[in-house]
Design a protein around this ligand. Structure first.
Ligand code: ADP
Ligand code: MG
Length: 292
């Protein structure tokens, strides 16, 4: 059960008092869990600076699914990494504000960050093959956020890992928890990573191309499962994908990025049927499921 339900009413009342701009082309919402305002990020390459994110505004409401769509290199991962404070060492946030649950994230210390990452904001990484430690049992890795944040004892964490693996759709979860990543298929690994991301019941999950390494059938199963779990728990999702068809299918609202900027945004159906930017029309034409 979502343990933070009780806090939600209070928090939205508090947020509702503040008069804030409403990024992302959406009517005033009282209950944003995430707000990104005029975010700017640059990479240093030798003595050159490359502006990878150039003034991005977006917001995610509690329990809402928002997709960032754009072709490779448009800056999607840079936005996600900024929100998690996991940018590459040669990257710098050169402007803007990232507010999570009313707190400005950019000035936070790494110590405070460690208490947020995995507990309040969960991350489902892109490549399951690279994201699990090959020499540690899967159950231990799934339970890690619970131990790191002191949310469970070692014994309870193990039981919880088995429950989480079962929730994530794995059969024989107790046996699976004792196995190592090489004994899992790609889809099973991604399910385990989703289980880990949800372990601490964060209020926001960032999923950066979470199924791009999987085949289409497994992709659909995994995304269905993620949707069911997060709906039950009231978790918001920032879903990052280059696939506009997937975004339209999965998200309440879609934000289209091109060369570090947002060129289109709105409710998924609206962006699909009435795109305002030529680039969005190109993405629609290129998405096999949509043109069919
Ligand atoms: P996307 O996730 O949409 O494919 P990225 O956020 O990864 O886009 O990249 C945005 C831009 O920033 C691209 O031009 C990319 O080449 C550049 N970039 C990303 N990471 C780095 C890095 N570590 N150093 C230099 N440039 C980078
Ligand atoms: Mg990326």
């Amino acid at each position: 059960m979502p343990k933070d339900i009780a806090a939600t009413a209070d928090e939205s009342a508090r947020l509702g008092e503040a008069v804030n701009p409403t990024p992302g082309g959406r009517p005033a919402a009282r209950d944003d869990i995430l707000r990104v305002e005029d975010l700017r990020v640059a990479y240093r390459i030798g003595d050159r600076e490359v502006d990878a994110v150039r003034g991005v505004n977006l917001s995610v409401g509690r329990g809402e699914v928002v997709a960032i769509v754009g072709e490779s290199g448009s800056g999607k991962s840079t936005v996600a990494q900024s929100i998690m404070n996991l940018l590459a060492p040669n990257a710098e946030v050169t402007g803007g504000r990232i507010e999570f649950d009313g707190e400005d994230l950019i000035p936070l210390s790494e110590r405070r960050w460690r208490s947020i990452r995995g507990r309040l904001i969960g991350l489902v990484p892109q490549d399951p093959a690279l994201s699990l430690n090959p020499v540690r049992r899967v159950g231990v890795q799934v339970a890690e956020p619970l131990l790191v944040h002191g949310l469970a004892t070692k014994h309870d964490a193990h039981d919880r890992a088995v429950e989480l693996l079962e929730m994530a759709g794995l059969t024989y979860p107790a046996e699976r928890a004792k196995q190592y990543p090489h004994q899992f298929s790609g889809g099973m690994k991604q399910r385990a990573l989703i289980a880990g991301a949800l372990a601490a019941q964060p209020s926001l999950i960032i999923a950066d191309e979470p199924t791009s390494a999987l085949d289409v059938t497994v992709q659909k199963q995994i995304l269905d499962h993620l949707a069911n779990l997060t709906q039950e728990l009231g978790t918001a999702i920032l879903l990052i994908t280059h696939d506009l068809g997937m975004a339209a299918e999965r998200a309440d609202r879609v934000v289209v990025m091109k060369q570090g900027e947002i060129v289109d945004s709105g409710p998924a159906a609206q962006v699909m049927t009435a795109p305002t930017h030529e680039y969005t029309r190109k993405l629609i034409a290129a998405a096999p499921r949509l043109s069919a």
